[in-house]
Design a binder for this molecule. Structure first.
Ligand SMILES: Cc1ncc(COP(=O)(O)O)c(C=O)c1O
Length: 438
């Protein structure tokens, strides 16, 4: 059964005529019959072109931390853009946003960007310039954006190409990436302390950075095992390697100060985007003084015509002010816990082996095993078919997670207790009907 109603169908056909596959990001293509057209969002809800309402747990892959069309953020953007949007000179508001980011996250200095991709691209350049080395470690299943250097071995790596679990091969995630740049990437299994230590000791002299999502934001929110991040921090200190936390998904979400605050570890450089602007395009590279001051006009480049544009900056100012002063994270955590407990209880009642993963603000679950996964290979052992079946039934019923279980369920502060109750009722129905129609 197609997810599309008549209006979605009509708009999608029209979209396909002028937009490749009818979408402006490959991740949004769900097939010709299931790619929905969305016309509106408010709070925790979105509506498709046929007027059907969904409780939204995709939240645009994470940015919506307060809720769709938050009136305080929208009002601030509307007010600020009345005075112009872009000057190619510094404005007081961007100073204020940098101060907020520094205060919330503990970084010394901040440069703004527009997207996560832009932020990670610059962070890698800064790390290379700082160390004079060119290679970096990345973890299998992690995603750092669309630029060539990092587009290897993401969560969609075909298992038959992936190589042995302890020495995963670099698999380019797209055609069009020069094959020689694979030499710069050392790809490791996440959460394996021994392999990490061995590799760093062997390659220290050529390693610019260890680049990681502290939580596997693109593989079911898998958390670092105790000691993993600490080990990484101490290896980087010992060998002068730049520790880069890609907090594009975890930043301002796991806690007001992101994963650094949550795990009590400061990286050398950190990248932010998504929750920083509640859905407006704004991002940042932050870090310790010594590393950020590697940026130098005429020596180490960072820039962009639209960096610190008034739209993104105003949205970040409003969003971060709300995060600083209101119990956004407490609300999200309470709702997330209730959902995680409720989902687990329903799965258990239907005798479905499962493990809950992630943090209440971005959680997931694996089916078919009750062993919590530690990395991409573990996650791939789960029952993805059943996961997709349940998710499709949820969507048909007005609850909208991603059908691919590697993408966590994201929560926003606008999600109410009633939304949680409705979700759990519909989850029960979806599970029951998935089991009945195997
Ligand atoms: C961890 C992480 N880093 C970087 C990016 C890229 O961010 P953007 O899509 O804003 O370029 C993403 C996007 O999902 C991400 O999840």
């Amino acid at each position: 059964m197609s997810l599309q109603g008549q209006q979605s169908k009509t708009w999608f056909q029209r979209a396909k005529k002028v937009i490749p596959f009818g979408v402006n990001s490959n991740f949004r293509y769900w097939g010709d019959d299931d790619t929905l057209i969305i016309t509106r969002g408010k709070g925790a809800h979105i509506w498709d072109a046929d007027g059907k309402r969904y409780i939204d747990y995709r939240l645009a892959f994470g940015p919506i931390i307060l809720g769709h069309a938050d009136e305080r953020v929208n009002a601030r953007v509307a007010e600020v853009i009345e005075n112009g949007t872009l000057f190619a000179l510094t404005t007081p508001l961007e100073v204020q946003v940098a101060e907020r980011v520094a205060r919330l996250t503990g970084v010394d200095k901040v440069r703004l960007a527009n997207t996560g991709t832009e932020a990670t691209m610059h962070a890698l350049r800064i790390a290379r310039a700082h160390t004079g080395r060119e290679k970096f470690i990345k973890f299998e299943g992690q995603y750092h954006g669309m630029h060539d250097y990092v587009l290897f071995s993401t969560a969609s790596t075909p298992i038959e190409q992936a190589g042995p679990p302890h020495a995963p091969r670099n698999v380019a995630m797209s055609k069009g990436i020069p094959k020689h740049i694979t030499q710069y990437v050392i790809n490791l299994p996440y959460n394996d302390l021994e392999v990490l230590e061995e590799t760093v000791e062997k390659h220290a002299h050529e390693l610019a950075a260890i680049f990681l999502e502290p939580v596997m934001g693109n593989v079911a929110g898998i958390m670092p095992r105790p000691g993993f991040l600490q080990k990484m921090r101490s290896l980087c200190d010992r060998y002068g390697i730049v520790l880069v936390f890609d907090e594009v998904k975890t930043g301002f979400r796991l806690a007001p100060g992101g994963a650094q605050q949550y795990f009590g570890i400061q990286a050398d450089l950190v990248t932010y985007a998504k929750a920083m602007g509640n859905g407006f395009p704004v991002a940042a590279i932050g870090g310790k003084e010594e590393f950020m001051m590697t940026i130098e006009p005429g020596v180490v480049s960072h820039g962009g015509t639209y960096t610190a544009n008034a739209v993104g900056v105003a949205a970040a100012d409003a969003t971060l002010a709300i995060i600083e002063t209101e119990p956004v994270h407490k609300t999200i955590e309470a709702r997330g816990r209730a959902l995680m407990d409720g989902i687990s209880e329903i799965l258990a009642r239907h005798s479905i082996p499962h493990a809950m993963t992630g943090h209440p603000s971005m959680f997931a679950y694996i089916l078919g095993t009750d062993t919590p996964p530690l990395n991409l290979r573990d996650y791939n052992q789960g029952n993805a078919d059943l996961y997709e079946k349940i998710s499709l039934r949820l969507i048909q019923n007005g609850v909208f997670p991603e059908t691919d279980g590697r993408e966590p369920w994201f929560l926003c502060a606008a999600l109410s207790e009633a939304d949680v109750a409705e979700t759990l009722t519909k989850f029960e129905t979806a599970v029951r009907s998935s089991l009945e129609h195997k």
